[in-house]
Design a protein. Structure first.
Length: 187
């Protein structure tokens, strides 16, 4: 459908708890398509609706190794193990930190036909799912590091943003190509 601007750290919508989706309609399906298009254009592996300015409980994950996941009104119903790995975020570009997450999760979610279903995810896919559900709750990955590390990350963010105005990052299908990156940039 379309690639949307991504809201950056400082945008109030990133700190909102997204509202439940009442029914799966064409608007929700279009939102899911826009999330996938925007995520892929910015070389991400996950994206939540509030990252594009829409405070609804919808997110997508595509780690490239298994079928993509659509998360609508997701709830983690089971988790196991833990692992600390580096995370990044499309809403806080160029900032990375080690974050502790469950190694495996089972999530109850609604599919695009309106049925409740469960999805199991492990390793990177589980990390991405947890990261996106955090977004839907107004939590950013920098909230999951210690206070000293968070201060350092925020100071780096302010340096990177010096002179920048606003809280939107324009994304186009060419964005990733022009950056010359080979990897993905975040969730």
């Amino acid at each position: 459908m379309s690639v949307r601007p991504i809201h950056l750290l400082g945008s109030p919508v990133l700190r909102e708890r997204a509202v439940e989706v009442e029914e799966i309609d064409d608007e929700v399906r279009a939102l899911v398509e826009d999330l996938f298009d925007t995520m892929k254009a910015d070389r991400g592996i996950g994206l939540a609706a509030n990252q594009i300015g829409i405070a609804r409980r919808v997110a997508v994950v595509d780690t490239g190794d298994e079928p993509p996941i659509v998360l609508i009104n997701p709830v983690i119903v089971e988790h196991e193990g833990s692992v600390v790995e580096e995370e990044g975020c499309l809403s806080i570009p160029d900032i990375f930190a080690p974050v502790k997450r469950a190694r495996r999760v089972v999530v109850e979610t609604t599919d695009l036909e309106g049925n409740r279903t469960t999805v199991e995810a492990v390793d990177l896919r589980a990390r991405a799912v947890q990261h996106e559900i955090d977004h839907l709750d107004g939590i950013l990955f920098i909230d999951r590091v210690g206070p000293m590390k968070r201060q350092l990350l925020l100071a780096k963010w302010r340096r990177l943003r010096k002179g920048e105005k606003g809280y939107l990052k324009e994304v186009s299908p060419q964005t990733a190509e022009t950056r010359g990156e080979t990897g993905r940039s975040g969730y």
